[in-house]
Design a protein around this ligand. Structure first.
Ligand code: GDP
Ligand code: MG
Length: 141
């Protein structure tokens, strides 16, 4: 199976709950490695740019407001099948629909304050990783 990289964001709600370590531990336990990481306070423009694909959606402004409400922990995860594996660990977008034991089932408050972001495909992963990290800041091991 291919080794992939994916962008993961621990969103402001989970950072505020002091849950960074608990969430990262789940990635590591599943065989994903943190190969780059940074705590960052997004500007409005950065959050709008990151979620540009959702620009026309009714929840866009709420989403941007939420993403700038506090610092986020951005990281690159690397491992076999990393994109799908991360999405599986995250659970469904709406925590009410997220399977028991998933990150969103355990840490998310609501459909917008839903604890984590994860890239959904190889193309979006490449764009999202480059949005936050230079290749020189990513350390495969
Ligand atoms: P994801 O890939 O599972 O994060 O979900 P999407 O790419 O569909 O949506 C991006 C983010 O927008 C989600 O993680 C939510 O934080 C937010 N979002 C999605 N749908 C809704 C919605 O119906 N209402 C609100 N308020 N936020 C939403
Ligand atoms: Mg998405």
């Amino acid at each position: 199976m291919a080794i992939e990289r994916t962008l993961s964001i621990i969103k402001p709600d989970a950072v505020a709950k002091n849950a960074i370590g608990q969430i990262v531990a789940r990635f590591e336990a599943a065989g994903l490695k943190v190969v780059a990481a940074r705590l960052v306070q997004l500007s409005r423009a950065e959050a709008e740019g990151f979620y540009a694909v959702h620009k026309e959606r009714p929840f866009f402004n709420d989403l941007v407001e939420f993403m700038i409400s506090g610092p986020v922990f951005v990281q690159v995860l690397e491992g076999e099948n990393a994109i799908a594996k991360n999405r599986e660990l995250m659970g469904a977008t709406n925590p009410k629909e997220a399977a028991p034991g998933t990150i969103r089932a355990d840490f998310a408050e609501s459909i917008d304050a839903n604890a984590v972001h994860g890239s959904d495909a190889p193309e979006t992963a490449a764009v999202e990783i480059a949005y936050f990290f230079a290749e020189t800041e990513i350390h495969s091991r």
